[in-house]
Design a protein around this ligand. Structure first.
Ligand SMILES: [Cu+2]
Length: 563
């Protein structure tokens, strides 16, 4: 989309009234660019969001007055960001936008029945854009709430803003004429929960080294409800989709099932093979003569084969009424290693446009790599957008699952990969024995695994020792529990002492263990914590020195020894 930044209109009035005298660096809540096709490109910031040291909590923030459009209209593109007070984007090695889900409390969600989840982002910061002529209908009277999880990887407090840039067409603008509304169809392998996650363990993926949820999971849906499916509730056309995975994720898939449906396109006729007199044993001249005399025949055959291949390529593969609609690949900028947030998802092309019928079943799955590491608390989401009663591509006649378009390039905030120098501590495998594990637990406080943290100097950093077949216990401090600072003990490959970044350390220990996020919360849904304040090392570990880190605060490193 081309645009001409004619002018930048700051919301001066609001800004002047709201600007605290001490905070002259504060940017206004919104700013507008007028694009030349009747579209306003408006950047809103939601906040300030106070981010406590080390936090990793799910919170809700009403999106009020000047944090969203003032008049009715259409949202045709949304681009997310997370910014500091001066508008700069923090390094994702320091703070991570785990997720932001924009909820519209004035509408019902198509797939969950709760409040409508109409837009979402994770740290990969996917831009949502609808094909020309489609938009998300906006009413100024709608109640919006941001469900956000901002993960502070450091002990420093922060003040941040969730920022989003919308391409907006006011309802009374001539450009709004004929825009068709889209409904968000939230597809999720664990749809419905506040924290829809699953664990991926290294080597669980079988021969191909890939683990797909739910297909490869044992008993993925214990109560029998297939959370990754949705029955289409009206005839319509899917206009766009893109996936969401976490680090280690390779792709998400979207399928459609129509009971009894079969391939309905033209038959692709494979040409009968032709025979040419054998060339074996002939001299070069004779060979040329034979080829020449058969040239017409060969050409005709090649042309038919070409036609056949093109036809076959356009043919969808239908199995038991099920057809593949799209695979949203994750493109990693990290030398193609799927080990960090330095990535972007593939989204559909504007000509994707898939016809669906009432009663069809949409389903999704998410695939992760399992050769490099384990990936606890992973997600698999595909938000699709659907327009009603439109004409599109019949997925049973014509293949629609082409590769799509990568959503964006590498982002600067993802430059800090870590895994280098300086080392954060000594090599624990070479340190002498520390204390012997007794009845007192090791207490985690001030971002230190006290008694087991190899970053500490001298004998303080020596790995504590436990007898084979026994376990040692780690406990959260009262203070961390009170401050809601969750920690994990997650195995990483020894010596696990390189610099911290978005791709180091990772859960790649030779023997895998993960405590989950230690902590407890009030209420029925304790996510993201495991609702436990302690963890014990597995009794099954063979002799050796084990290193671990905190997935929430990867600067934290520890070790223990089994003897
Ligand atoms: Cu921690």
């Amino acid at each position: 989309m081309k645009f001409r930044p004619v002018s930048v209109l700051l919301s001066l009035l609001f800004a002047l009234f709201l600007l605290p005298q001490s905070a002259s660096a504060l940017l206004p809540t919104s700013s507008t660019q007028y694009l030349d096709n009747g579209v306003q490109r408006i950047t809103y910031r939601i906040g300030p969001l106070t981010v406590t040291p080390g936090q990793n909590r799910i919170a809700f923030k009403p999106i009020t007055g000047e944090e969203k459009p003032a008049e009715d209209g259409w949202l045709i593109r949304l681009k997310p960001d997370m910014v500091e007070e001066d508008g700069s984007i923090p390094l994702s090695s320091k703070v991570m936008f785990h997720h932001g889900v924009w909820l519209n409390f004035s509408r019902r969600d198509a797939t969950s029945g709760g409040q409508e989840r109409f837009y979402a982002t994770g740290e990969e910061k996917t831009i949502t854009q609808f094909p020309d002529g489609y938009g998300y209908e906006y009413k100024a009277s709608d109640t919006w709430i941001l469900n956000h999880m901002i993960h502070n990887l450091t002990p420093e407090p922060m003040t941040l803003y969730a920022q989003y840039t919308v391409d907006f067409i006011p309802a009374d603008s001539p450009a709004a004429e004929g825009i068709k509304p889209v409904t968000p169809i939230w597809m999720d392998v664990a749809n419905g929960g506040l924290y829809p996650v699953f664990d991926v363990w290294r080597d669980s993926g079988g021969k191909d080294g890939k683990f797909a949820f739910p297909d490869d999971a044992k008993n993925p849906y214990p109560n029998g409800v297939k959370k990754n499916e949705w029955t289409v509730d009206r005839d319509g056309v899917l206009v766009a989709t893109a996936g969401h995975v976490h680090t280690g994720g390779l792709y998400t898939d979207l399928y459609l099932k129509r009971p009894g449906a079969k391939y309905a396109g033209p038959k692709c006729v494979k040409p009968a093979p032709i025979t040419v007199r054998g060339l074996k044993g002939l001299g070069p001249k004779a060979k040329q003569r034979v080829r020449k005399s058969n040239r017409k025949k060969i050409r005709a055959y090649s042309a038919k084969m070409k036609k056949y291949r093109a036809c076959a390529d356009r043919m969808p593969r239908v199995e038991n009424g099920k057809v593949h609609l799209f695979r949203s690949h994750a493109k990693y900028f990290n030398k193609n290693q799927p080990i960090s947030w330095d990535m972007a998802m593939y989204g559909t092309r504007d000509d994707w446009m898939v016809e669906v019928k009432k009663g069809d079943v949409l389903s999704t799955s998410a695939t992760y790599e399992t050769k490099i590491a384990s990936w606890p608390e992973s997600m698999g989401i595909m938000v699709a957008y659907m327009a009603e009663g439109e004409k599109g591509n019949d997925p049973y006649r014509k293949r629609v699952d082409y590769k799509g378009i990568v959503n964006h390039g590498h982002y600067e905030e993802n430059n800090d990969h870590g895994g280098g120098l300086p080392l954060v501590g000594r090599d624990a495998t070479k340190l002498p024995d520390g204390a012997t594990a007794g009845s007192n637990p090791f207490v985690i406080s001030d971002y230190i695994y006290n008694g087991a943290d190899f970053r500490l100097p001298g004998s303080l950093g020596n790995p504590p020792v436990v007898k084979k077949g026994q376990s040692m216990r780690f406990e959260m401090s009262e203070q961390d529990l009170e401050d809601e600072v969750w920690h994990s003990l997650t195995s990483c490959k020894t010596p696990c002492n390189r610099s911290t970044g978005i791709s180091y350390p990772i859960p790649d220990g030779k023997f895998q263990f993960d405590s989950g996020q230690l902590g407890t919360l009030p209420g029925p849904d304790k996510a993201p914590t495991v609702d436990r304040t302690w963890w014990e090392t597995p009794k099954s570990l063979p002799k050796g020195t084990y290193t671990f880190f905190c997935r929430i605060h990867p600067l934290m490193r520890g070790a223990f020894r089994v003897k």
